[in-house]
Design a protein around this ligand. Sequence first.
Ligand SMILES: Cc1cc2nc3c(=O)[nH]c(=O)nc-3n(C[C@H](O)[C@H](O)[C@H](O)COP(=O)(O)OP(=O)(O)OC[C@H]3O[C@@H](n4cnc5c(N)ncnc54)[C@H](O)[C@@H]3O)c2cc1C
Length: 287
Amino acid sequence: MYYKLPRIEYYRPKTLEEAVRLLEEVEGSKVIAGGTDLLVDMKTSRAKARALVDVNSIAELRGVEDLGEVVRIGAATKLQELLESPIISENLPLLRAAVESMASWQIRNMATIGGNLCNASPAADTAPPLLAYEAELVIAGRGGLRTVPITKFFTGYRRTALSPTEVLKDIIVRKSEWTGWGYIKLGRRGGFTLSVVAVAALARVRDGVIEDVRIALNSVAPTPVRAYRTEEALRGREVSRDLLEKVARTVVDEISPIDDVRSTAWYRREMSYRLALDALTEALGVK
Ligand SMILES: Cc1cc2nc3c(=O)[nH]c(=O)nc-3n(C[C@H](O)[C@H](O)[C@H](O)COP(=O)(O)OP(=O)(O)OC[C@H]3O[C@@H](n4cnc5c(N)ncnc54)[C@H](O)[C@@H]3O)c2cc1C
């Protein structure tokens, strides 16, 4: 089948203010970053836009910075840049593992982290690690900047807290002393694929006791989700395989998977348990 893009106007602003102004003034305009989701959606009429506002030339939207207590990631930073960043490898290994599982080198050179979040696919791979790290999202609009916790960003199936005239500027992650992490993605083949289910886990263990733990999943609900009840059942407990095997089942009660082209709801529930068990085993260092 042959798909064609409709005729569109194209703008490439150099500043964030100009981008916001264009989104407000040009009717039917939309942000484009890498275009690896948006152009596919436009060609298949899933997304409509009369004009595109390309954010790739806005310098303040690019790059990774170590700001001491936090890491700042510009929303238009390419996924491949994240993989090659020593700041990400050192401070956010869980995010790095998720990005490494994504697409191909060519797509990662085009696609941005902001696009992955703003597209708000339930299968977005950068969402579970950023939900686990409790990232904050800095959003630019006519009134200036506002900050939204990522736990409140995904508001429904492919919907976010962004208004159509706002631009995601930064992803901010506070540094913390996690002792372990695990990202496990199951796809329909070994690589270059969207997830059937993926689980991200972060843990802090002291003297054999779970001080803190965070678990997030994708592809098992209308949005990427945190498994708060499973986390609660683990916090303050002594690490053991028995505990994990009992508690990891709780994730199944926290998800609402559906049947779709990649899997069935039943298989997703089974795999959520298995993957949560494996990701927690890695994160908690269970032998
Ligand atoms: C072959 C292929 C393989 C893929 N594999 C994976 C995979 O393994 N895992 C995965 O999660 N995804 C995958 N994807 C999907 C896609 O590549 C990612 O979601 C990517 O990160 C999207 O980023 P982008 O910059 O291309 O977004 P775009 O397509 O430019 O934009 C996506 C959406 O976000 C909005 N947007 C973008 N940036 C901003 C911003 N700064 N502020 C406000 N709104 C914004 C756009 O308006 C649009 O609605 C794949 C895609 C392809 C084509």
